[in-house]
Design a protein around this ligand. Structure first.
Ligand code: ATP
Length: 324
């Protein structure tokens, strides 16, 4: 396996309005030292509750949100060190798919123009080759050639997501960042789009950074999974390892909340833990473990010392007392 993306100690913080002129600048710590690797041809799912920092981590990985620190090695080159022009050139390799295809597609443009636009903006090929590529991509994503001149409102939600995917593929990217790409779709349509993404990954050797709050969706598509909690990764493992033997009490609670995903066999013991309460505020986050107030394993050490990700079996887990 070769590594496409190697993110090290990524930090993102947002400046908040000052309560008064002379008060210190308050910050919201949205991503607090996140590290992960994504191998070529694989899909890494990032899961976690709303507000855990999934979107911010992914957007800062591709420099759509500025990072406050860290390294983002794409093919060995640190994206944070690139000037704007070099970064623009890199954008060909990295494309985005959003949750709501309708709001990301220009309602007044014909879909042929929508799909072609990235090639126009990046000056890829001539008019004929661009049109040929749009037709090819239409077929690849399961749209018909006679639909080329229609407008977005003439398509269903699932078809609109196919249009977004075709558009994202025009530049021959190597990495697709998918932010809740099927959350707005009916369950049956979700499966179709996930199957399409899985096929494209196989056929084109694409890598995905796949953000979702839905563990079922992640299990369908992703090879590896990172679980985020208050701006940090608390567990990272292969799909099998994560769903069969979840180790962090937060991962166990997430799985226990989705009984259809918990393993039938006793191999992975999933504590019947119910999550109550909310995560702490990302403004002045706690010094120790952020999960401590909701955790059945919590001890004094957890309040004093932040656990770091370390190997636990075949997984990486940030917990002082995680099950082995
Ligand atoms: N532009 C911003 N300014 C200030 N705070 C922000 C901004 N964008 C995000 N945040 C905060 O950063 C934290 C992480 O948000 P983020 O959207 O990355 O989480 P998420 O896990 O993707 O959640 P969701 O699934 O709801 O999108 C949250 O506390 C959010 O309120």
């Amino acid at each position: 396996m070769t590594t496409l993306l190697d993110v090290r100690d990524l930090k993102v913080r947002f400046a908040l309005p000052k309560p008064s002129l002379f008060a210190p600048q308050p910050f919201l710590e949205a991503v607090r030292g996140v590290s992960f690797t994504l191998e070529r041809g694989r899909a890494l799912g990032i899961v976690g509750e709303s507000g855990s920092g999934k979107t911010t981590a992914a957007m800062s990985t591709i420099r759509l949100v500025p990072a406050a620190g860290g390294e983002i090695l794409f093919d060995g080159e640190d994206l944070l060190q690139l000037d704007d022009e070099a970064m623009r050139a890199r954008r060909r390799d990295i494309q985005l798919i959003f949750q709501d295809p309708y709001s990301s597609l220009n309602p007044r443009a014909r879909v042929v123009d929508i799909v072609r636009e990235p090639m126009d903006l990046m000056n890829i090929g001539d008019a004929d080759s661009r049109l040929a590529r749009v037709k090819e991509l239409f077929e690849l994503v399961g749209l018909r050639p006679d639909q080329l001149n229609l407008f977005p409102h003439q398509f269903s939600g699932g078809q609109r997501q196919r249009i977004s995917i075709a558009r994202a593929l025009t530049t021959n990217p190597r990495l697709l960042v998918c932010d809740e790409p099927v959350s707005a779709l009916d369950v049956a349509i979700q499966a179709q789009i996930l199957n399409l993404l899985a096929r494209l990954k196989r056929e084109l050797g694409l890598s995905y950074l796949f953000i979702s709050h839905d563990l079922g969706v992640v299990r369908h598509l992703c090879d590896d999974v990172a679980v985020m909690y208050l701006g940090q990764i608390v567990e990272q493992a292969s799909r099998e390892e994560l769903f069969d033997t979840p180790k962090h009490p937060y991962t166990q609670a997430l799985l226990a909340a989705a009984p259809s995903l918990a393993r039938r066999k006793s191999k992975g013991y999933v504590r019947p833990l119910k999550l109550s309460g909310d995560p702490p505020s990302p403004i002045n986050p706690p010094k120790g473990c952020a999960f401590v107030d909701r955790c059945p394993l919590a001890q004094d050490l957890c309040r004093q010392e932040q656990p770091v990700l370390k190997p636990n079996g075949a997984s990486q887990v940030a917990c002082h007392f995680a099950s082995e």
